[in-house]
Design a protein around this ligand. Structure first.
Ligand code: G3H
Length: 236
C-alpha cells in the first residue's frame, strides 16, 4: 500500500474495567477518539482538488457533531455496529476493521469504503475471555504463570496464542502488501502488535510486548528500499 495507518479501537467498556476480550461497545473517551480520527487522518491523506474538498466537508460535519449517525459525543449503547456512517467517497483509501463492535464503531465516521476481516479480530482468550488479569491469576494461576513465561507461544485454553494470531494474519498482510491504495486498519492490541512487528521486521519474541497505545494513530510509509518509516501521531 502507498501508506498504511494503524490504530487500536477507541477505549471500550471492557477496557475501562480491565476486562479482556468480549465484544463491548466504545466508552465515552473511545467515542471521542472515533470522532477525532477523520480529522487526524485528513491532513495526511494524499487527496487533492474536489476529492479533498468533499472529504474536508464531511470531516467538518463529524467534528461539529452533525455528520455521521450519532450526533452527540456520548456513545450510543444500542448503536448498530453495521451502521456505515457517512456515505463513502470514492477515493484511494480503504478502511479495514475486525468484526467486533469496538473497531467498527471507531471507524464509523471515516468516509471511506470499509472492509471487515474476521482475521483482524482480537486474540481469542478462550476460557479467560471477559476476565480481568487479576481474575485470571486467581482462577487460573498455572495458566497465568505459563503466559508470563512464554507469552509468544502460550495458548489460552480453548483460545489462541500470539503465534496463532500471527499465522491467521498472513492473508491480511499479503493483501496489505498487494493493495495499491492507502489503508487505515482499525484493530486490536495483540493483532496490531503482530502487524507492526511484521512491517517493522521486529524479532518474533518482541511482538507480544510491543507498545501500541490507545488513542494514537500510527503511520507507516514505505521507503524505496522496501523497509518502512514509522511515526506515532497522538490525538491533537
Ligand atoms: O486480550 C486483549 C489484549 O489486547 C491483548 O493484550 O496480549 O498483552 O494480554 P495482552
Amino acid at each position: 500500500a502507498r501508506r498504511i495507518w494503524l490504530t487500536r479501537h477507541g477505549q471500550s467498556e471492557y477496557n475501562q474495567v480491565d476486562r479482556i476480550g468480549g465484544d463491548s461497545s466504545l466508552a465515552t473517551p473511545g467515542e471521542v477518539y472515533a470522532r477525532c480520527l477523520p480529522e487526524m487522518l485528513l491532513e495526511r491523506l494524499p487527496l487533492v482538488g474536489l476529492e479533498r474538498a468533499r472529504i474536508e466537508e464531511i470531516v467538518a460535519g463529524v467534528a461539529a457533531g452533525t455528520g455521521g449517525p450519532a450526533a452527540t459525543s456520548a456513545p450510543d449503547p444500542n448503536a448498530d455496529p453495521a451502521d456505515p456512517g457517512p456515505e463513502p467517497v470514492p477515493v484511494p483509501v480503504s478502511v479495514w476493521t475486525s468484526t467486533l463492535r469496538r473497531t467498527i464503531q471507531t471507524a464509523r465516521y471515516l468516509p471511506f469504503p470499509k472492509l471487515r476481516w474476521k482475521a483482524l479480530d482480537e486474540i481469542q482468550a478462550g476460557a479467560c475471555d471477559g476476565l480481568t488479569y487479576e481474575q485470571i491469576a486467581q482462577q487460573y494461576p498455572d495458566e497465568f504463570m505459563a503466559r508470563c513465561k512464554d507469552k509468544l507461544r502460550y495458548r489460552y485454553p480453548a483460545g489462541e496464542s500470539y503465534l496463532d494470531v500471527i499465522q491467521r494474519l498472513e492473508p491480511v498482510i499479503i493483501e496489505m502488501e498487494r493493495e495499491k491504495e492507502c489503508i487505515v486498519v482499525v484493530g486490536h492490541q495483540a493483532v496490531l502488535r503482530a502487524v507492526l512487528g511484521y512491517f517493522m521486521a521486529k524479532p518474533l519474541a518482541s511482538i507480544p510486548t510491543l507498545d501500541i497505545p490507545l488513542h494514537t494513530l500510527m503511520e507507516l510509509r514505505p521507503r524505496p528500499d522496501g523497509t518502512m518509516d514509522y511515526e506515532f501521531i497522538p490525538i491533537p
